[in-house]
Design a protein around this ligand. Structure first.
Ligand code: SF4
Ligand code: SF4
Length: 164
């Protein structure tokens, strides 16, 4: 796709999602009335997808303690490096190393920030179309209680700060 086509597509998405008012000024976010989300039991879809689970050094420390391992051993078994960043290792069949056969997270109380804040990542709440698109992958989107806009922004900011 050319950059012009990409801009045209972006403009069409913005027109549909209300991210700008008639003067082109930024509008209230599409999620101003909140968004429904509730993680579904026995799903695990987001953890089974190929992807990258970034971890900070503090998170590695907390994960190692949760597993009752020393940091060096935990890193050897469960962490990989990519371009200087620390990531959780993958299962041989793909997906996160901590996703169990019961589709539950094996480190849930100590899971990394990006796991706790999903799906309220900045790139996913950028506009309504992206949020709806993510809903095709995550069956929890659109279900459960409404998460208020303030809380959505707290989780989104938390995700961003962890990626710095
Ligand atoms: S894909 Fe959505 S519903 Fe499924 S485990 Fe992940 S967050 Fe929960
Ligand atoms: S740490 Fe847990 S919640 Fe995060 S991707 Fe792995 S299995 Fe899923």
């Amino acid at each position: 796709m050319t950059r012009a086509a990409k801009r045209a597509e972006r403009a069409a998405v913005d027109a549909g999602s209300g991210t700008h008012d008639a003067d082109g000024a930024p509008d209230a976010p599409f999620y101003r009335a909140g968004l429904r989300f509730e993680c579904q039991p026995s799903c695990g879809a987001c953890c089974a997808q190929p992807g990258k689970v970034y971890v900070t050094r503090d998170e590695v420390k907390a994960l190692a303690a949760h597993r009752g391992l020393g940091i060096a051993e935990f890193r050897r078994r469960f962490v990989r490096r990519e371009r200087g960043a620390l990531l959780l290792a993958d299962r041989p069949e793909g997906g996160c190393v901590f996703l169990g056969p019961d589709l539950r997270c094996g480190v849930y109380p100590a899971r990394p920030t990006q796991c706790r804040t999903y799906p309220f990542w900045p790139e996913i709440i950028a506009d309504a179309a992206t949020w709806e698109w993510e809903g095709l992958k995550c069956p929890g989107i659109g279900k459960g209680d409404v998460i208020l806009a303030d809380e959505i922004e707290v989780r989104s900011r938390e995700t961003s700060s962890e990626r710095v």
